[in-house]
Design a protein around this ligand. Structure first.
Ligand code: HEM
Length: 287
């Protein structure tokens, strides 16, 4: 059998074995996440050597890429990529929520905005962890996913504003007093540390390393999840769509094998770089 046909047959068999798949993220959302995590990794990998410039790994890295000037240049490059991604995301929210008046963007079970159910879920989850109650059922976004989202959203504003204030200090000096221009370095530096610690520990554990998703949740790369995953992880969303007869609209195609393998390589590389940066940061911080 020719190579191509065999590959196609394998893909079809994989899909058949896995049952139905449901769309969770659009292609644009997946590209947005890719731009976000590559630029964030780039910013962390170039920002941390500037902060811990005395450590041996920072000096090695600087020698390798052509000095600290080159590191700063790369940092600014990734900052522009992240800013564009963030601006496109804000544009999408405004377009969908305010201009198209799409329901469920700012409030309700499909919104990223936290509600009373999230508060109850936090306590319900704690009770379940301790074996004192049933496992809470989640909707489109669980409370920890909303927390991750807002931590990055808020962090982006703080880190972006302070970064640009340093980059264009003479311009910002028209509006800010001198002490504020000194403060932005401290704010940027500390917020960066917080972001690195948060993303490379809590976000990684929340999304990829918890038992439900271990060793990696592929949905942000492939855009689809199996019916079993959908039912188990987002039971309320599954049931609502099912009751309204809207489940069929969400049926997607099984991810081809090449995409699954490609996602695994990209995902594990990102996790590896992140954890390496986390270890280097912690050792430099405490030494
Ligand atoms: C729009 C986003 C960002 C912009 C415009 C930006 C810009 C800058 C600039 C201009 C510097 C100054 C370096 C200097 O001249 O001494 C800097 C330093 C730094 N950046 Fe960023 N940055 C951004 C995002 C980030 C992110 C997301 C991280 C971490 C993940 C980060 C980590 C750092 C660190 C650790 C330093 C060194 C601070 C120090 O010396 O203590 N930056 N950044």
């Amino acid at each position: 059998m020719p190579e191509l046909e065999r590959a196609k047959q394998t893909e079809t068999e994989t899909a058949a074995a896995g049952g139905r798949y449901f769309l969770r993220f659009t292609r644009e959302q997946r590209y947005m996440h890719a731009a976000l995590f590559t630029s964030f990794l780039g910013l962390a990998a170039t920002g941390l050597p500037m902060r811990f410039s005395e450590s041996f790994w920072a000096r090695r890295f600087a020698t390798g890429v052509g000095g600290f000037g080159a590191i700063l240049f790369l940092h600014k490059f990734f900052a522009v990529v992240l800013t564009i991604a963030f601006a496109l995301h804000v544009k999408e929210i405004v377009q969908r929520g305010l201009i198209n008046r799409e329901k469920g963007i700012f409030w309700g079970p499909t919104s990223m905005v936290a509600n009373w159910k999230d508060v109850k879920d936090v306590f319900g989850h704690m009770r379940w962890f301790l074996g004192l109650g049933p496992r809470p059922q989640f909707d489109r976004y669980a409370y920890w996913e909303k927390f991750d989202y807002w931590a990055v959203f808020w962090g982006m504003i703080v880190i972006g504003f302070s970064g640009y204030a340093m980059w264009f200090a003479p311009f910002f000096a028209h509006f800010l007093p001198g002490w504020a221009l000194n403060a932005v370095l401290v704010i940027h530096s500390e917020e960066a540390l917080l972001a690195v610690l948060f993303i490379f520990s809590i976000h990684f554990v929340n999304t990829h390393l918890r038992p439900d998703s271990f060793p990696m949740d592929m949905v942000i790369f492939t855009g689809v999840e199996s019916e079993e995953e959908f039912k188990h992880k987002r039971t309320l969303e599954y049931e609502r769509n099912s009751q309204r007869g809207e489940l069929e609209k969400k049926v997607g195609i099984a991810p081809p094998l090449w995409l699954v393998n490609f996602s695994k390589i990209v995902g594990f590389t990102a996790i590896f770089i992140g954890l390496t940066l986390l270890v280097l940061t912690l050792t430099a911080y405490f030494s």
